[in-house]
Design a protein around this ligand. Structure first.
Ligand code: GLN
Length: 271
């Protein structure tokens, strides 16, 4: 019989993944694991751990196996109906908080909210803002709603395809900012059949076109929904640092690009 520490070390997985799965099975913190590493699992816990290890070995993302992912210091529930929040997306939050006055009662909309990680984080960091989270997927909005309840964030959810026909929701304000991490991988891109992406909803990853469709839509329809001095902040792929600003410039926005901490072009700012 192997100790907890030995099971983690010999699982054949990356050690962090293996430790996170063990924490999940036992419902304990990392500190607990370190202090109790020489203990043993019950039969039932061992079976559960081994089954999670096998699923991870066949490629399932750790976040889906344990049911959550940390984003901006908070745990967000995730299911296979939503994209797993990425650390790069925290830059979008950072830029929004740096550029938009916290004390003003701004109206902000997050397009393609998925798990709700962007909308909820913005609301919790700037409670004076009215935040709207929009997604075409009812299943994704169910996850976002649960996250908002769990984290006590008052966000208005809109089930809609981008900014089309928003009018049917009745009164909506003009927005001071549009924030979005839309699906931007071009159809047929080999990345779609690699790693975690194989398990994530394809409609959250690709626009089933050239990867620029959502930006074109926001560049075009954003004018109708933004205040004259409104701001657009969108995340994009590492290789879209020129194409995405161009989409906005073609629609007469002033646009420039910002790189992430890995040095990759990542966010386009348009005003
Ligand atoms: N807004 C969510 C996120 O950034 C979902 C994005 C998406 O599904 N494309 O994680």
């Amino acid at each position: 019989m192997q100790t907890i520490t030995a099971l983690i070390a010999t699982s054949g997985l990356d050690k962090v993944d293996s430790r996170v799965l063990m924490q999940h099975v036992l419902g304990v913190s990392r500190a607990w694991l370190i202090a109790h590493g020489d203990e043993f699992l019950s039969e039932e816990q061992l079976v559960q751990f081994q089954s999670l290890i096998a699923r991870r070995q066949s490629g399932e993302p750790v976040a889906y196996l344990v049911g959550y992912r940390e984003f901006w210091g908070r745990d967000f529930r995730v299911t296979s109906d939503v994209l797993i929040p990425r650390p790069e997306t925290e830059l979008l939050i950072e830029e929004a908080l740096a550029r938009l006055p916290k004390e003003k009662p701004l109206n902000i909309i997050d397009i393609g909210t998925g798990s709700g990680c962007i909308a909820i984080t913005l609301k919790l960091e700037s409670p004076n803002w009215s935040v709207y989270g929009l997604d075409i997927s009812a299943a994704a909005l169910a996850v976002a709603t649960q996250n908002a309840m769990q984290l006590k964030a008052d966000v208005t959810w809109l089930e809609n395809d981008l900014l089309n026909n928003l009018i049917r929701f009745g009164y909506l304000p003009k927005f001071d900012a549009i924030i979005s991490n839309p699906p931007y991988i071009p159809q047929g891109d080999p990345h779609l059949s690699e790693g975690d992406l194989r398990f994530e909803p394809s409609s959250a990853l690709t626009d089933f076109s050239d990867g620029l469709e959502c930006y074109k839509h926001i560049a075009n329809h954003g004018k109708d929904w933004l205040n004259p001095d409104g701001l657009i902040l969108v995340e994009h792929g590492y290789d879209q640092g020129e194409s995405v600003p161009k989409v906005f410039q073609n629609e007469d926005w002033i646009a420039h690009d910002i790189s992430d901490y890995a040095g990759n072009p990542r966010i386009c700012v348009a005003t």
